[in-house]
Design a protein around this ligand. Structure first.
Ligand SMILES: N[C@@H](CCC(=O)N[C@@H](CS)C(=O)NCC(=O)O)C(=O)O
Length: 208
């Protein structure tokens, strides 16, 4: 059985849960409650050297136990072990590299700045750090414009749904759910969000 050590609101855990659902796998969630600092418990620290969720534990009988941390590495493992449906372009090294770059961009440039923006924006005006809010919004808008350009002429980033879509979706859906407007000039994002919203893997997502 696959077990995912995770926290519902974690966008990196959500990214992995999307891939588990796209591949229609049976798995169990093991809650690591970040509000109670459970990521620092000795049991969890033994699974994750960085004390971060998500961690996948695969203890399929006969194969021994596999422990994998980091959402990108977990999702690559799932893609290798359960190739259907493929979430990377097939037989196209440049296309695969493009999707991996977009996934990396989502993780490093978009997810974190969107998180900062949403936290800062949710504060009472008097408690906000306006400069932090402005910088985060600028980064979010830059990422949304890039996403929009990459989507031109495509239903999803890989043409069909891919690992890069799984990486953008959690924070993108949260921004939309919180009513954050898209920057001027975006043409593809609205239709993309509607398509994402209709996918079972996104509909089922906890923590949005
Ligand atoms: N690069 C990691 C990032 C994971 C991550 O940042 N997880 C956060 C929650 S969203 C965490 O566990 N934070 C706990 C801590 O830093 O103490 C991944 O993609 O899995």
């Amino acid at each position: 059985m696959l077990k995912l050590y995770d926290f519902p609101q974690c966008p990196f855990g959500q990214k992995t849960r999307i891939v588990l659902a796209e591949k229609q796998l049976d798995w169990q969630m093991v809650l690591v409650d970040l509000r109670k600092n459970e990521q620092h418990s000795p049991e969890f620290a033994a699974l994750s050297p960085f004390h971060k969720v998500p961690v996948l534990v695969d203890d399929e009988e006969g194969d021994g136990r596999t422990v994998i941390y980091d959402s990108t590495v977990i999702n690559e493992f799932l893609e290798d072990e359960y190739p259907e449906p493929p979430l990377l372009p097939q037989g196209d090294s440049a296309g695969r590299a493009r999707i991996r770059q977009l996934e990396d961009y989502a993780d490093t440039a978009f997810t974190l700045s969107a998180g900062t923006y949403l936290i800062e924006h949710a504060k009472q005006a008097a408690e906000r750090d306006p400069e932090r809010l402005r910088r985060a919004k600028e980064e979010v808008d830059r990422a949304l414009l890039l996403l929009d350009r990459e989507l031109a002429g495509r239903e999803y980033l890989g043409g069909t749904f891919s690992l890069a879509d799984a990486a953008f979706a959690p924070r993108l859906m949260l921004l939309v759910n919180r009513g954050v407007p898209f920057p001027e000039g975006t043409r593809s994002l609205r239709g993309y969000v509607d398509r994402l919203r209709n996918r079972e893997s996104i509909r089922r997502l906890e923590g949005l």
